[in-house]
Design a protein around this ligand. Structure first.
Ligand SMILES: [Zn+2]
Length: 177
């Protein structure tokens, strides 16, 4: 409140007047909806997922290729320079055998899910994403394992990280597709 206001105009309605029905009171429940812009970098990234492609952003200053992409380099303090099409293969950097569901619900799982940080081929070291592993058992999974994205069918993709179902073990030249 501005210090210039010393009193509000109008007449205050007291609790007693409200209870007594002196005034008409209308109850109204708001239905709030939120929307936010995903921005230039993530819009391109999400559009790429819908098209079955992974896109990174390169900074000529530090020569890093970043994924998920960003339009500004936090190392060089300058805009990044170009789009780079990445592979949909990568390497397991770290992983977790989880008995907690992906939505963090505590309902116990019979079989664990495998959650991994996957470094994406074509991007700089340690650039990648958190995702699920599939077609591999907890005993088989290992740090450094080569993996490849398993995409949803084209018609089911909607520009979301879940357009990739999971990453599965992959050896170049042995398992294609
Ligand atoms: Zn940079």
């Amino acid at each position: 409140m501005s210090s210039k206001f010393t009193r509000y105009p109008g007449t205050e309605i007291t609790k007693e007047e409200a209870r007594a029905g002196t005034y008409i009171i209308t109850r109204y429940e708001t239905e709030l909806k939120y929307a936010w812009s995903s921005g230039a970098a993530i819009s391109k990234f999400l559009g790429g997922l819908r098209d079955g492609e992974l896109w990174g952003r390169k900074c000529r200053g530090c020569r890093r290729t970043m994924v998920p992409p960003r339009m500004y380099c936090e190392v060089c303090f300058r805009p990044t320079d170009e789009w780079v099409r990445l592979g949909d293969t990568g390497r397991v950097v770290t992983y977790s055998v989880s008995y907690v569901n992906a939505d963090a619900s505590r309902r116990e799982r019979e079989e664990p899910i495998l959650v991994a940080v996957v470094e994406i081929d074509g991007a700089s070291p340690m650039m990648g994403m958190l995702h699920l592993l599939g077609e591999v058992s907890p005993e088989e999974v290992a740090v450094g394992m080569k993996v490849k994205a398993v995409w949803k069918p084209q018609g089911e993709r909607q520009g979301a990280i879940t357009d990739i179902r999971y990453f599965r073990p992959f050896r170049r030249g042995v398992q294609q597709g």
